[in-house]
Write a protein that binds this ligand. Structure first.
Ligand code: FAD
Length: 156
């Protein structure tokens, strides 16, 4: 079994590409050492991150992440054991969506409409969408069309 956690947060005002680059560089370096895999989405100004690995390693990493001033308002939306990892080869995958890109993507990304979410990308609007967001991430991970994405809570 593997422990999986996910949270939403608001990026700090004025978050730059350089900030994101720094976050990813530190994440990849630390996560490899800690045996953590996962993915980070930035939807306009909202982060959604999935972390998976040993429970203690995830908790330690989440503590560091919680102190990070590059985001705030963290809402934990998932903490559960799973039979296996969703993102075994990614120390920290990343995708960024802004409204226009999301709109284009949605045309061939049914049934999960990321554009619909991107129209109201607030932490509270997204907080009930963790399963859909993780399925969406899985489709990016496998490179498959959304229709082929595996359902959550089932082994991939
Ligand atoms: P360093 O190498 O010391 O820092 C890397 C760079 O980031 C430096 O430029 C430093 O100035 C800057 N930096 C570091 N901490 C902060 C901070 N609190 N505020 C502003 N700038 C800072 N870390 C992980 O290990 N794994 C993750 O999966 C992960 N995901 C993250 C997701 C999000 C949305 C955010 C905002 C942060 C994430 N982090 C993650 C980063 C984490 O919050 C810590 O910054 C990082 O783990 C510190 O590791 P380090 O000491 O090796 O980094």
């Amino acid at each position: 079994m593997i422990f999986q956690a996910a949270y939403l947060s608001s990026a700090k005002a004025g978050l730059s590409d350089g900030d994101v680059h720094d976050i990813l560089r530190a994440s990849k370096r630390n996560n490899v050492l800690a045996g953590i895999s996962g993915m980070l989405l930035l939807i306009d100004q909202v982060f959604f991150q999935v972390l998976e690995g040993e429970r203690s390693a995830i908790k330690e990493t989440l503590k560091r992440i919680a102190r990070d001033r590059r985001h705030n308002g963290i809402i934990h939306v998932l903490a559960a054991e799973r039979p296996e990892r969703n993102f075994p080869d990614w120390s920290m995958g990343f995708e960024k969506f802004i409204y226009r890109e999301a709109e284009t993507l949605a045309s061939d990304a049914a049934p999960f409409d990321i554009a619909d979410i991107a129209r109201n990308p607030t932490v509270s609007a997204l907080s009930g969408k963790a399963p859909e967001l993780i399925s969406f991430m899985r489709s990016l991970y496998t490179g498959r069309d959304m229709r082929g994405a595996p359902a959550l809570n089932r082994p991939a």
